[in-house]
Design a protein around this ligand. Structure first.
Ligand code: AVJ
Length: 375
């Protein structure tokens, strides 16, 4: 053991704004814009400070929160087919005949005898990449090795992803990229005879309005070549059929669990603003509120003010001090989680110059994983 250690901080430059300072001013700007709007809103990315990220991890293990484990079960069952098709699907022009054996399939596997291209995987909003392991392991099985490029705003999540993959998945080369995939370009490393498979899983796309979702996919599409693939995970809306396993109640329970973890996750955003901005929210004067909006096809999460109250935010880099007035029952809209049908997934993909070639659902039609080709 060494007798002395250098503090890691000693290696950091003090002349440039640190990543955390950049985040802090982004928080200040976002909170100011959202809380001075009518109705009041806060962007869901504000949930994910350290405590919020830990609470989200807990949510993914709740009995009521089916999306994570359901998507994982789809990968566990279909990873071989998903990766094979991602590597070999040839986009056929829309007028090509198909025999209708798969209603959602309009691509075919190549049969020209040429070696399938190597897939390089990129993942948008990778986080700690826990679910991606099944796909990476299968990619290594099929092609011997794989380059994996996780993109996320969280440097610490990416570091955890890299450690976890290096320790558990030989054959995977990890190239992390710290970026906000909703706004920044995604520089891809492209080697000869490779095809990119972009992963956008976990129904993360569900946080965006249809227009913003289209723009996120267009930003991705701009970095891809025709023939590259996208694997999109989407939560499904209840079909409304009387025998359906998935109902509005299934959705409401997933976002308002008995243990109160989702409530804590939602309320934590106020604790974060108290800490990061010196605001004085009384979290016990707000309650977690969830409802299904069938017109917009989304779950909405709000924080409802239980009383008439004022909240102060001191002056900061984003502007002067603020006093926020809350009427009893007034809410802050903190999250939308859009729910899809195979048709709305396909048209979203089309609007961003992708075409769906196949999709997989769990037996209860809770969740869908759709493979698409860049056209
Ligand atoms: C991470 C956006 C997919 O919408 O289900 C979970 C976030 N919010 N419980 C979702 C979330 C409340 C989650 N996404």
């Amino acid at each position: 053991m060494s007798t002395f250690a250098i503090a890691p901080e000693a290696t950091l430059s003090s002349t440039l704004p640190s990543a955390s300072e950049a985040v802090a001013s982004h928080v200040a700007k976002e909170a100011r814009a959202g809380l001075t709007a009518t109705p009041k809103t806060l962007s869901p990315w504000l949930f994910y400070d350290e405590a919020g990220s830990a609470l989200f991890e807990q949510i993914t293990e709740l009995p009521e929160y089916y999306p994570t484990r359901t998507e994982r079960s789809i990968f566990a069952l279909h990873a071989p087919q998903i990766l094979r098709e991602a590597a070999t699907t040839v986009h056929k022009p829309a007028h090509a005949t198909r025999n209708g054996t798969h209603a959602t399939s309009n691509g075919t596997s190549s049969s020209n005898g040429a070696a399938a291209p190597m897939l390089t995987l990129i993942e948008l909003g990778a986080g700690t990449a826990t679910k991606t392991g099944l796909l990476l392991a299968e990619a290594v099985r099929q092609q011997g090795s794989v380059v994996y490029q996780p993109v996320d705003v969280s440097e610490t999540a990416l570091a955890a992803a890299r450690e976890n993959i290096l320790a558990n998945l030989p054959g995977v080369t990890v190239r992390v990229q710290v970026a906000d995939y909703t706004r920044e370009p995604l520089p891809l490393d492209r080697l000869p005879n490779t095809r990119t498979l972009a992963l956008y899983i976990g129904s993360s796309i569900g946080n965006f309005t249809p227009e913003d979702a289209r723009d996120v996919l267009r930003n991705l599409r701009a970095q891809l070549l025709p023939g590259d693939a996208l694997l999109l995970g989407t939560d499904l809306r209840p079909s409304g059929e009387p025998t359906a396993h998935k109902t509005e109640a299934t959705l409401l329970a997933a976002y308002d669990d008995a243990a109160g973890t989702t409530a804590a996750f939602n309320l934590n955003v106020l604790t974060r603003l108290n800490r990061d901005l010196g605001a004085d929210f009384h979290t016990e004067a707000f309650r977690h509120k969830v409802f299904w909006n069938p017109i917009e096809s989304r779950i909405e999460m709000h924080l409802e003010s239980l009383i008439a109250q004022r909240v102060h935010i001191p002056a900061n880099a984003a502007g002067p001090a603020l006093t926020l007035e809350f009427a009893p029952g007034e809410t802050i809209h903190t999250e939308n989680s859009y729910k899809f049908t195979p048709t709305t997934v396909a048209s979203l993909l089309t609007s961003a110059s992708f075409t769906a070639t196949n999709s997989w659902q769990d037996p209860h039609h809770l969740f869908a994983v759709t493979l698409a080709t860049a056209i």
